[in-house]
Write a protein that binds this ligand. Structure first.
Ligand code: GUN
Ligand code: ZN
Length: 428
C-alpha cells in the first residue's frame, strides 16, 4: 500500500552539537510510504500524485518516532511509588510487582497496555527490560510483533539478592535467554537484548554466562545498570572485592562493547570513563528517574568530550513519564544544574537519530531516510491552552520545538505511525 503523509516534516542527518548542517525541514512537506517503508521525503508539491491516498497533518510537525533506549516493561504499575532511593525502591515496590509477571495472563495483559502507552506518547521503539520470567519477554515480543513495532527486549538475569520467586540461576538464566534469542532475535522487527539486571543481583557465574551469550550472539545488544546511586556502588564493590571499579566487573565478564547499554552511568571514575570510551560502551541518561530516585546528575558534556555515545531514556518505573518530551524537559534541567546546554535541535536529535545510533539501528529507525521503517510521530505544539498561548509568540522552529520539549507530553502527540500504520483512531 502506498500513501502520502503531509505536514511540516523534520529529521536529522547529523548531531546539532557537532555541526550546523544537522537537519532538513520542509514547511509543506510529505513522506511517501510504501508497505511500511519510507520511499521518499520532500516538498509536498514534488511528491503528490493523482490518486495517491493522502493524510494531511498540517500545521503539525512530523518527525521520526521517538526511541526509548531504557525502560522496564514490568514496572507499569510501579511508576510513581513514593519516597525511596534505588535499593529500597527495588525491594519495596519493584520486586513485588515483577514477581507477578511469572503469570503469562498478567504479562500478556500488561504487554498490550505497555505498548499502547508507548505509542500514545509517540515512542515507536524501545529497549525494554522484562522480568526474570521468560513468559514476560514472550508476552512483550508477541504483543510488539502484533503491532508491527520494533522492540528490543530481554528477560532480566538475576540469581541473587532479590527474592526467591525472582531468582533464576546462572544456568537457567543462560538457557532461557538463549531460547528467547533463538525464538525472537531477528524475527520480523524483534531483537533480543541480553539483560543481566546489574552486578548486585548477579553472581560472578551468572555474569560469565551473560558474557558467554554475548560472545555467542555478537549481534545482540547487552543492557544493564551501572553507577546509578552511591549506596548501590558501595554494595556492588563489596560483592566484587577484586574489581578495580564498577565498570571493571562488567569488563572482566566480557560484557563491554559498542553493543552495551549502561543505564545511568552517573557516578563514574576517570578510569571508567576512559574504559567506556575504549570499549565503545554506551551510556544511557535517564533524567526523570535520576531526579525521582535522587540518584544524581548525568554529566552529558563530560561523557561526550571523552568520546562516549549516550542515549536518553525514560527508565519507567523509576522514571516518572513515558513521554520522551518530558524526558527531554527534565534532561534540559539536569544539564542546567551542571552548567550545560541542551538546545532544542540537539534534544529532538537525541530522542530520534541519536538514540538510534546508540542502539546501532540508525539504518532502520530514527530518521526519515528512504529505506527506513515508517515510524513517525506527529507533534502539535498548540495541544494545550497554555502551549497555544505561548505559541502565539513563537517565531522559529527551534522555539516551537522547545515549547514541545518543555510543555509537551502525550497530549502533544497528534498521531503515531508504526511501520506506516496510525496507532490512534483517525477521524473519518
Ligand atoms: N538497577 C537495577 N534494577 C533497576 C531498576 O529496575 N530500575 C532502576 N532505575 N535501576 C535499577
Ligand atoms: Zn532501569
Amino acid at each position: 500500500m502506498r500513501q502520502l503523509i503531509r505536514g511540516r516534516v523534520l529529521d536529522f542527518h547529523a548531531d546539532p552539537t557537532e555541526t550546523e548542517d544537522s537537519h532538513r525541514f520542509f514547511e509543506d512537506g510529505a513522506i511517501l510510504i510504501e508497505d511500511g517503508i519510507i520511499r521518499a521525503v520532500g516538498d509536498y508539491t514534488a511528491l503528490r500524485e493523482d490518486g495517491l491516498a493522502e493524510i494531511d497533518h498540517r500545521p503539525n510537525l512530523i518527525l521520526p518516532g521517538f526511541i526509548d533506549p531504557h525502560i522496564h516493561f514490568p514496572q507499569v504499575q510501579v511508576i510513581a511509588s513514593w519516597g525511596a532511593q534505588l535499593l529500597d525502591w527495588l525491594n519495596h515496590y519493584t520486586f513485588p510487582a515483577e514477581a507477578e509477571y511469572g503469570d503469562p495472563a498478567h504479562a500478556q495483559a500488561m504487554a498490550g497496555r505497555f505498548l499502547d502507552l508507548l505509542t500514545a506518547h509517540g515512542t515507536t521503539s524501545a529497549v525494554a527490560f522484562c522480568s526474570v520470567h521468560a513468559e514476560s519477554a514472550e508476552a512483550l515480543f508477541s504483543a510488539a510483533e502484533a503491532k508491527g513495532m520494533a522492540m528490543i527486549a530481554g528477560k532480566v538475569m538475576m540469581d541473587r539478592n532479590a527474592r526467591d520467586d525472582l531468582h533464576d540461576t546462572a544456568q537457567s538464566g543462560y538457557d532461557d535467554s538463549k531460547a528467547l534469542i533463538e525464538r525472537w532475535h531477528g524475527r520480523g522487527r524483534q531483537r533480543y537484548a541480553i539483560s543481566p539486571r546489574f552486578a548486585i543481583t548477579s553472581t560472578p557465574e551468572q555474569l560469565s554466562a551473560a558474557g558467554t551469550l554475548a560472545a555467542e550472539h555478537s549481534d545482540c545488544l547487552i543492557q544493564t545498570h551501572m553507577s546509578e546511586n552511591c549506596d548501590e556502588i558501595a554494595y556492588t564493590l563489596s560483592l566484587y572485592p577484586e574489581a578495580r571499579d564498577y565498570l571493571d566487573i562488567y569488563d572482566t565478564h566480557g560484557l563491554l562493547s559498542s553493543r552495551t547499554l549502561l543505564g545511568h552511568s552517573i557516578h563514574l571514575e576517570p578510569r571508567e570513563i576512559a574504559r567506556m570510551a575504549e570499549t565503545g560502551s554506551r551510556a544511557v541518561f535517564c533524567p526523570t528517574s535520576n531526579l525521582f530516585l535522587g540518584s544524581g546528575l548525568f554529566d552529558a558534556a563530560g561523557l561526550r568530550a571523552a568520546g562516549i555515545t549516550a542515549g536518553i531514556a525514560t527508565d519507567v518505573g523509576g522514571g516518572t513519564s513515558y513521554s520522551m518530551l518530558q524526558t527531554l524537559n527534565e534532561g534540559y534541567k539536569i544539564l542546567q544544574l551542571l552548567g550545560q546546554k541542551l538546545t532544542p535541535l540537539a534534544a529532538f536529535h537525541w530522542a530520534t537519530r541519536g538514540n538510534a545510533i546508540t542502539l546501532g539501528m540508525e539504518d532502520r529507525i530514527g530518521t526519515l531516510a528512504p529505506g527506513s521503517d515508517a515510524d513517525l510521530v506527529v507533534l502539535d505544539a498548540r495541544a494545550t491552552p497554555a502551549m497555544a498561548l505561548r505559541m502565539e509568540r513563537a517565531e522559529t522552529l527551534a522555539e516551537e520545538l522547545f515549547i514541545l520539549q518543555i510543555m509537551g507530553d502525550d497530549r502533544a502527540v497528534a498521531q503515531t505511525y508504526v511501520a506506516g500504520k496510525p496507532m490512534k483512531p483517525t477521524a473519518v
